[in-house]
Design a protein. Structure first.
Length: 842
């Protein structure tokens, strides 16, 4: 026994190190950066944070005030007109210096950067979306080395490009004196948007490091699913390798720790490794089952050194289906062979200063997305191709991603240098994102096709026929040729559409073919009810603004500017007539507000009321309509916008409503002439029998009419039950009754909703005196128990401290207890204030 143990110890101490292989890549960190304004050479260098931006570095060094506070945005516009320099010293050890290759990698440089190593100019970059790699071995020495990056003012730099074009290219959201944004491959929304500030920043916005390696290196992998059935998933793993020696390499592939492949190859640049996963566990989107991910490890070694590449692989198929039918052409996604109704939102960058978004913040918002019952986000084309961590989280949480290429609402140049730059950008990002289980679709641009046909540009910019032909040819070259070609070359497993939408909302065809952006509500000032008739095949944009939470407003408004007309408030509302539009709709549906808190509350209710109508219309028209993505999920700074979650991740009323409206099974009602139609929309992929409970009651809880029905709901189907309105409901006062709807499956409630017969402002709500009891649990959470003798309409709880409420902006039904859970990290006890519609005078 003793001897045996000795052997084991010997083996562990001595044998393992002898047999294990050394890492083939040594990563040299490049940090300790400093920066300065380039025009003042004698000015001292300030410490910088990389990844970062010049604005956030200036803020950290107290050179500028908080760009998001008050009207500071205006004061900080000088920064974009300056050039900025960053420098770092890094050490290359003797051992590292012996490597055959020393490769400097920038995962992102924003944007026009001259890169110098030991005072020698290495390169000039011109695209923030590209990964830049340079073999710098000949420029390096052992020991201390210097890296300098000189950022040209993106604004000044691109003016020369603007001048080269004989026509003006539209860029309506660009608030610059000269519209340079479309000439620069840089996040369009940095130049200003109708929800965002203008901060044309610069900096090393993604990681930078040096890779020291010899003989071989894995460049990238591609998991190509060849066949999927219940018994197995067959893949071709395409490994792009850089092998500089004549010796063969070993390739060892493990899935969940089990070795599936162990082969030898002398391949120099590419090798295909077929492998099978038996009895595959599928990856499903949120709501449909587990989003299962396999751990895949590819090891490449030459007997001496090894490199390992780790991946999370979701086994699934996702296809965009666009069959023609008697009405037009459908637009839906099939996941693992089943048509899936997409419920989600449009996603914009989470911060005007992109690297400021922490992983924890991304994780938090994606958890909110999951708990809102969403299964899709559209990464909108005016921002960025997100960081890898974003797609990792989407894989983990089962959130499908509709990925736009970064082009929005404008027209772009077509010269060969620009197109070539876009080509490399596309290749970099397709390769980076294609293996994610969450990826569902590539889309060329946001609204550019619609804009070309419907936004009156030809007249506005006075293009003649030949200008128009050239511009349109330029558009086609990128969106109808280059990008689809790159997608089919590097990612043949995902579909591509050239523009979202194909047809603008002003044309009837928009509701018959493909995806649609419906902006008749908001931009067209149409009433919310219009959502019921303007139902497209897939609603990829529609939305309405609301003010953010009071806590958020408190953070960006000075005390003396706490009103809607103050300069500070107006500078955080980027839509020219945003407040006026909110007010107009509010007047149609809700009582008027008399102070700021009420304005916040009512604007949020108005937004949530409108979007509820839209979602119910989209879902009850399934399968004609197969998706609903409202505009917009989030904010990039504290602002008044279309978002449902604000910059500080404070949910608006809409966030709570979406959770209800996106439930896996939705029950809703709709009056149609003399009928009231109750719809049950099921996203379950199996049929079920449900028990429907309907109660018409007054606001004191007296039941006037009730009905129980057994309803068979088909798999992925919609069941509609019609009630004669006159017989059942009309005799009751529509201003003081409502229909409570519940759907049960095997005695548990799977869906509930309330239908009111008139606008909220016309309801005759009794005075409410809800009872509230707060209990602190041992876990640190609070239970808020609420009960009332009368209906409390649109009950909003406002906490004195930061925390998360399990529900808010709900209807508290008469005589029914409701328990809300409040989670907080703070140690002081919360105090809750309440607002509800009953307190507003008609
Ligand atoms: C949509 C988007 C954005 C814009 C939003 C609200 O069409 O694509 O361009 O912010 O409208 O106006």
């Amino acid at each position: 026994m003793y001897l045996k143990n000795c052997k084991i110890i010997f083996y562990c101490l001595f044998a393992l190190p002898i047999f294990s292989k050394a890492q083939n890549i040594d990563k040299i960190s490049v940090d300790n950066f400093y920066f300065r304004k380039a025009s003042a050479n004698d000015v001292k260098w300030f410490p910088a944070v990389v990844p970062g931006t010049v604005h956030t570095d200036l803020l950290k060094n107290k050179v500028i005030e908080d760009p998001f506070y008050s009207t500071n945005e205006q004061k900080l516009q000088w920064i974009e007109k300056e050039d900025w320099e960053y420098k770092s010293e890094f050490i290359v050890s003797d051992e590292q210096y012996k490597s055959q290759h020393l490769e400097l990698v920038f995962e992102g440089l924003d944007t026009y950067a001259d890169v110098y190593v030991n005072k020698v100019k290495l390169a000039s970059t011109n695209n923030m979306y590209r990964t830049w790699k340079f073999d710098i071995k000949p420029l390096l020495k052992k020991g201390k080395n210097e890296l300098i990056i000189y950022f040209h003012s993106a604004y000044n730099y691109a003016i020369a490009d603007v001048k080269k074009y004989s026509v003006e290219l539209p860029a309506g959201n660009d608030r610059g004196e000269v519209k340079t944004s479309v000439f620069t491959r840089k996040a369009p929304c940095q130049y200003g948007w109708d929800w965002g500030p203008r901060f044309v920043t610069c900096g090393i916005w993604r990681p930078v490091y040096i890779q020291a390696w010899s003989d071989f290196k894995i460049n990238d992998l591609y998991f190509e699913l060849v066949k999927l059935d219940e018994a197995k998933a067959s893949y071709n793993l395409k490994v792009n390798i850089n092998s500089t020696s004549n010796k063969s390499l070993n390739y060892i592939l493990k899935v969940n720790g089990k070795e599936l492949v162990n082969i030898n190859s002398k391949a120099k640049d590419e090798i295909t490794i077929p492998f099978n996963i038996e009895d595959p566990k599928l990856w499903w989107p949120n709501g449909y089952g587990e989003s299962y991910l396999y751990d895949v490890e590819l090891e490449v070694n030459n007997g001496k050194n090894s490199e390992k590449s780790l991946h999370k692989l979701g086994v699934r198929t996702v296809k965009l289906m666009q069959p023609k039918d008697s009405i037009g052409s459908a637009f839906y996604f099939e996941v693992n062979g089943s048509p899936i109704f997409m419920k989600g939102a449009n996603y914009i960058p989470m911060d005007a200063f992109l690297p400021s978004t922490t992983l924890a913040k991304k994780d938090s918002i994606l958890k909110m997305v999951v708990s809102s019952n969403m299964n899709m986000l559209r990464v909108w084309g005016g921002g960025i191709y997100e960081d890898n961590s974003f797609y990792d989280l989407c894989d983990k949480y089962g959130i499908l991603v509709w990925q736009d290429f970064m082009f929005a609402c404008s027209l772009y140049p077509w010269d060969s240098a620009f197109v070539d730059n876009v080509k490399h950008e596309a290749i970099d990002n397709i390769k980076r994102i294609r293996n994610h289980a969450s990826l569902a679709l590539w889309c060329g641009n946001n609204e550019m096709n619609e804009a070309w046909h419907n936004w009156g540009w030809q007249k506005q910019y006075k293009w003649n026929a030949s200008d128009s032909a050239t511009i349109w040819h330029g558009y086609q070259a990128i969106f109808e040729k280059l990008l689809p070609d790159m997608v089919s070359l590097y990612d043949n497993q995902h579909s591509y559409v050239s523009s979202s939408p194909k047809i603008g909302w002003g044309r009837a065809d928009s509701y018959k073919n493909g995806d649609s952006h419906y902006w008749g509500v908001w931009w067209g000032m149409a009433p919310f009810e219009t959502y019921k008739t303007k139902v497209g095949r897939f609603a990829s944009e529609y939305g309405f603004q609301a003010m953010p939470d009071f806590m958020t407003i408190n953070r960006f408004l000075p005390k003396d500017q706490m009103n809607i007309n103050s300069a500070a408030m107006r500078s955080h509302q980027k839509h020219a007539s945003g407040f006026e539009t909110i007010n107009q709709y509010q007047k149609w549906y809700f009582p008027e507000s008399s102070n700021l808190v009420h304005s916040i509350y009512l604007s949020q209710l108005t937004q949530s009321y409108g979007i509820k109508i839209a979602i119910e219309a989209h879902r009850s028209n399934k399968p004609y309509c197969m998706g609903t993505l409202y505009w917009q999920l989030n904010d990039c700074w504290p602002s008044i916008s279309w978002s449902s979650i604000d910059y500080y991740l404070q949910p608006k009323a809409l966030n709570y409503q979406v959770k209800r409206s996106y439930s896996h099974v939705l029950i809703c009602a709709e009056k149609n002439n003399d009928k009231l139609i109750v719809s049950i929309i099921s996203d379950k992929l199996r049929a079920f029998n449900g028990k429907l409970n309907l109660k018409l009651m007054n606001f004191k809880g007296i039941v006037i009419w009730q009905k129980q029905e057994s309803v068979d709901v088909s798999a992925n189907g919609v069941a509609k039950i019609e009630y004669k309105y006159n017989e059942n409901f009309k005799q009751n006062d529509s201003a003081s009754t409502f229909l409570q709807m519940e759907l049960l499956e095997e005695d548990s409630i799977i869906s509930e909703n309330n239908y009111f017969f008139c606008y909220p402002k016309n309801l005759v709500l009794p005075e409410a005196k809800p009872f509230m009891q707060i209990e602190k649990l041992k876990t640190g959470e609070y239970f808020i128990k609420l009960k009332s003798k009368t209906l409390v309409k649109d009950y909003c709880l406002m906490s004195s401290i930061k925390g998360v409420l399990s529900d808010n902006y709900f209807d508290l039904l008469p005589n029914q207890e409701k328990i809300i859970v409040f989670k907080t990290k703070e140690t002081i006890s919360p105090v809750f204030e309440s607002i509800y519609l009953n307190d507003f005078k008609k």
